[in-house]
Every structure is written in C-alpha cells, then in structure tokens.
Design a protein around this ligand. Structure first.
Ligand code: GLN
Length: 274
C-alpha cells in the first residue's frame, strides 16, 4: 500500500522482493511459507526497506543485487545499476564474434559493476579482459563480481580515468574487442531523470558533459592506440545520439557499422572498426 501510494509501478512485485529480503528468504521460499505471520524483527526490517524504496532508492541498491544477462551482479550506490539496454552490447559481441573459444583480448572502459566485461568473459571462456574504472569503490564491486562469477583469473581490473590524458598507456593491448557504456547523459538533463537515477546513481557514470558526448570524444582520441586491424569497438549510446557519435568516430578515422537496436527498437549500440 505504501509503495502504491508513493506512485511506484510494480508495487506488488517489489513488496514481495522486499519482504523476502527482510526475511532472508528467496522468493520461492517466501511463496512456500506465504501463510506464516512475519516475526516482529522481519516486520521492522520490512518497514525500513519500504521507507527506503518510498524515497525512490533503486530496488537494486536495496537488494544489493541485479541480474544482467541471466547472471547475478552485486551492486552498490558506487555503480550504475545494470540495465537490460546494455545487454545489447553482449548480443552484438556474440553475433560479431561467433567463435566463442578464441583467446580474445577484451577491454571495458568504465567498468561499473563489471556487467559488460565479466559477462563477456563468461561467454568467451578462453578470453582475457582488462577493465578501466575511475572510482575505487566501483572497482571493488567489479572485483567482487569477477570473483563471484569465477572469472577473476582472466580479468585485470585497473583504477584509472579517461578524462585524464594518456589513460591508454597502462592498459596494454591491442585488444580484439573494446566495449563501453560511457556516461552519456547531458549534464543539464540529469536532474530531470527518474528520481531513482538522478538522486541515487553515481553522476560519474551518467554525466556526459554539456552535450552528453564528452566520453565518446575521449574514446575516439585514444582507442586507436588500443586497437589493431580487425578489432572492434562497441559503445552504448543514449537515445538519439547515434548520428553524432558516428560523426565523431568518422572524423577520427574509424569505420562505422550498422548500429544495434535494443528491445525497445532504439539504436543502442554503435559498432566501429579501425
Ligand atoms: N542508461 C542510463 C540512463 O538513461 C544512462 C547510462 C549512461 O550514461 N551510460 O539513465
């Protein structure tokens, strides 16, 4: 009721998830025990979790976990919540690189939770990956995910910031595949996003500068040094940004391929060669 009054969609589903979390049960266990009354401790914990959600804290932060490509990722407020839109990057990589068993070298710029790189390492069991992340607490989340998903032996996660020049130097390479979900929201538009995003998600992961395209320019300037003939760069894009991103990369000498659409039919992933 409180969730519905706060204007949240999906409130029945969310209420169940919060109750299961408060009780320390899985959804299946909760359903099996559906008729038992909650203990006072569980009721108190549930009130606390519900109060957080009413403040529009994302469910993923409250639960500490979000599924991406069918895999469980730990999340904290230091990282962007993994989104289904970003699964388009994985879909494109699998379609463009059908040989799953090759020892591909993969680079992820701006790891966040690690959902892109670590999912790719699961899908390509002989691949090795390097991930760059500017936030120390985010890097710790990605490291925990790499270990939990059993790919930490093939992942080198590096603290570093592409807003500073020369960031490519520490990354090695060349890489066969470079991926990124860079910050691409126009700085001035962040306060108008859903409260879950604008109030709780890290600005570092959202803020694409005054026109939303600053990170793409930084990548276009340095990525060639990390690529070799045949390598590919897959970048998530915001709605309506593809044409401008194409022109940034064409001016920098990249080849532009057909963009990949997300499930909503939106051009979501730019595919580039060098
Ligand atoms: N997809 C996010 C949003 O629209 C933005 C993520 C990003 O900037 N990379 O809220």
């Amino acid at each position: 009721m409180a969730l519905a009054a706060a204007g949240l969609d999906n409130c029945r589903f969310e209420a169940r998830l919060l109750l299961a979390h408060a009780a320390g049960l899985s959804i299946e266990q909760l359903i099996a025990r559906g008729n038992e009354p909650a203990s006072p401790a569980v009721a108190a914990a549930l009130r606390e979790l519900t109060a957080r959600r009413i403040q529009r804290e994302p469910m993923a932060y409250i639960l500490g976990e979000r599924e991406f490509w069918g895999l469980p990722f730990r999340v904290s407020p230091a990282v962007l919540v993994p989104r289904p839109d970003s699964e388009t990057v994985i879909e494109a990589a699998l379609a463009l690189m059908p040989d799953r068993d090759r020892p591909w070298r993969i680079l992820d710029l701006g790891l966040g939770s690690g959902c892109l790189l670590l999912t790719l390492l699961r899908e390509f069991p002989a691949a090795r990956g390097v991930g760059l992340e500017a936030s120390e607490p985010a890097l710790a989340v990605a490291q925990a995910n790499a270990a939990a998903l059993g790919v930490d032996g093939r992942a080198e996660l590096v603290l570093g910031d592409w807003r500073q020049s020369g960031w490519h130097e520490r990354l090695g390479g060349p890489f066969d595949l470079l991926v990124s979900n860079p910050p691409y929201v126009e700085a001035g538009a962040i306060p108008d996003l859903m409260p879950e995003v604008s109030r709780f998600e890290p600005w570092l992961a959202l803020d694409g500068g005054s026109d939303g395209l600053v990170a793409y320019r930084a990548i276009a300037a340095q990525a060639p040094r990390l690529m070799s003939p045949g390598s590919r760069l897959l970048l998530e894009a915001g709605i309506g940004q593809v044409i401008e991103i194409h022109s940034i990369f064409q001016s920098a000498g990249f080849g532009v391929e057909v963009p990949w659409k997300d499930l909503g039919g939106i051009d979501r992933v730019v595919s580039l060669t060098y």
